[in-house]
Write a protein of this length. Sequence first.
Length: 230
Amino acid sequence: PDVALADIADQLQTLEVLVLSHVRCEMSEQSVRRLVSGLTRLRLLDLSFTTVPPGSFLDAALPNLEELNMEGSQLYDPGVVHLAKTAPQLRSLTVGHRRQGPPRKAVGPTVFSSRSLDAIGANCQELRLLSMHGWNKDVFGSLSELDFTDFFDHCPQLDTLELDVVAFPPASLMKHFRYVCLTTVRIPNLESDALQFLADHCPQLRHATLQPSKFNGSALDYFASRCRQL
């Protein structure tokens, strides 16, 4: 795989879309660094469920990157912070915990902490989609409701939010939704009061995935009455 990545970096320098999703072979940090550093025109990079080493992005400069999918792959704070600073045009970010294959020993700090969220909010103000999937607390365990306050304030373009995490209750974030104009949400396990709060602050919603759910029928009726564009 390292030879193939080197060939891509050397011969396809004008490449704008690269999808390596579910590539199971081991990739060395050096080869991935060479790849992402050489493809400066990339707009879409999909490395979901791959064995990308956490430090691969520390030398990357991707000024045209608009969409990055790292779901199921390792991406730690230093790489996220550097990427946010060198990819200001980022519009879509998907991150989450590797849930396939044998468990791996963490290399570096928490996978995605407030450092990462702060860097994205401060540098990627064109962000429109944030998708966070966390199946255990090692992924987003250090994040709290307060960490999202500045993030929502700095990303007014955000219109799609997917929060499938176990680190904190999604309902605690509802009051911050007034800072953005969400049209699409995926937030499971909402209680009735949280669903009503979502309806009050996001009546412009067009798409909502709320399963599995914990709300009752009256809360759903209220939600439907408030969000008439669904």
